[in-house]
Design a protein around this ligand. Sequence first.
Ligand code: COA
Length: 116
Amino acid sequence: MKGNVTGLGVDLAEVARIRALARRNPRFLSRVFTPGELEYCGSGRNRWERLAARFAAKEAVIKALGDKTIALKDIEVSSGPDGAPSVKVKGRPRLKLMISLSHTGSCACAAVIAFS
Ligand SMILES: CC(C)(COP(=O)(O)OP(=O)(O)OC[C@H]1O[C@@H](n2cnc3c(N)ncnc32)[C@H](O)[C@@H]1OP(=O)(O)O)[C@@H](O)C(=O)NCCC(=O)NCCS
């Protein structure tokens, strides 16, 4: 991707915290994650760490853009056929963002770079 770097954001999310938030508040998942994200994360073994990674991604986008007004659900992580993630912000089609995710059973992290 060409252009000047305008921002960098990184975030860590504890898998147990995301799972506890969802168990405490049944609307948490649908308020924070898009249908596409919920479908991708599925119901399998990796579900909670994948959701935690996407939660971290949303916070990392907010850090990279320096804009706390963006709703978490307006930030969507998608995955390509090779598994590589990408991220978009609803209503802001011109934003250029790069993202990388990593997760274990206990912790997930995301890094986001914003370009002009
Ligand atoms: C792609 C790869 C680097 C992911 O690393 P990992 O340690 O297995 O997993 P991590 O938790 O760090 O990262 C997982 C995330 O990487 C991202 N990812 C997957 N494939 C990717 C790719 N091709 N490019 C960029 N990111 C990718 C995804 O966002 C994934 O999270 P998700 O499944 O929730 O969407 C790894 O699977 C791989 O292919 N390594 C190549 C070397 C290898 O095969 N080593 C094994 C030798 S025993």
